[in-house]
Structure formats: C-alpha cells, structure tokens
Design a protein around this ligand. Sequence first.
Ligand code: SF4
Length: 220
Amino acid sequence: MTMGTHILVSEIFHSIQGESSFAGWPCAFIRLAGCGHGCRHCDTAYAEEEGILMPIEEAVRQALSFGAPCVEVTGGEPLRQPGVYPLLKALCDGSPHVLLETGGFLPVDRVDPRVLSIIDIKPPSSGVAEDNCIENIPIAQRTPGKFEFKFVLASRADYLWAKSFITVHGMAGTCTIIFGAVFGELDPRYLAEWILEDRLPVRMQLQLHKYIWKPDTRGV
Ligand code: SF4
C-alpha cells in the first residue's frame, strides 16, 4: 500500500470518456493499480499487475499536460489507495472537471466535493453483487449532481435485478442512473427496448471506447 504522498499508477493516458454523462469528451485518465475484486467482466485486469509508484504531483503534472477538458481517476479500484484523496484534490485545483470511477465497493464519503463520482453497482452476473456499498446511495442523494450510478448489464436477468434495485433503494428521481450493456454479451438493442417498455428513468449508455477501438485495447 502507498503513502499519502505517492500513488501506485498503472497508466496515464489521453482518450475519449466512455461511460458517464461526460461520455464523448476528450479526457486525461490516471489509472491506479490494484483492485482485488475479480469481477467476471473486468476489462482492466492488467491494472492488478504491479504499477509505478509516483509522487502525486508528478501524476497531476502528466495528466494536466494533455490539456483535456476533463480528467478522470480510475482503476483498478482507485479508492484502495490513501493517496487518491490528495490526488483528487490536486486535480480539482487544476481542472474544472474531475471524474472518479470506482467499482462501488468502498464508501465515497471522503472524496473531494468538487469531484463527479461515477459509482458502479455490480449486477449478479459480475459474481460480486453482494459487495456493493449500499451506503453510497444516501451519500449521493444528499448531494445531487455529484454522483452517478452505473449498472453494466450482461443479461435480461441482470436488467430485471437492476430495475428492482433502483426501486428498492428509492433511486429513481433522486440519483443519476446509467444502464449499459456488457460489450459482446448483451445486445444494446434489447436493453434499449426494455428501458423504453418499462419507462425507466435511466440514461442508456454504450461503452463508447470499445466501439471506437478494439475492445481489448489498453490505454483507451
Ligand atoms: S472493481 Fe473494476 S477493476 Fe476491480 S475487478 Fe471489478 S471491474 Fe475490475
């Protein structure tokens, strides 16, 4: 584990934001190393490999050097490293739009309030749905506009589970909710039709970067 002045980085790169209300914008990414959750659909298992220990200011310098309209910290699971909090704060001091993508297993209550946190809710097909951090829902409801919940679904069963989840947790109308399809597993057309049939107040989204580049391309 890292000290609060350094972070373990898997990669820093410049790409198109793929999965949030910022989808489509050029974005600088800092991918932090390490996670350990082993979700079935993980597309960044390489971030489990050992990263490079870097001073926070150096990661900030590299990310801001792209001059992108937004900057995102992702993983791996970025919230595992104590250095993520000063990293996010330093990025907010240098960029007007800072995003965090987290797997949704850890609380987001210590994240700088200027950050837009995009929190996964893992469905049953991920194999880790029982680890979702439910406490993040009331945190998001208290601060509208600063959190988005992302469900990436692989099947009709996942969809029905997610539909029930947003009802049970009172999320409709109180949280920004994104439904997406696992690339290559669920035809987005079906997901679109189910959302429309059920009149769900969710925003549908594709994993944009996987349509632009080959789905297994790193650093995008
Ligand atoms: S939380 Fe994210 S990085 Fe970690 S195993 Fe799951 S999908 Fe992969």
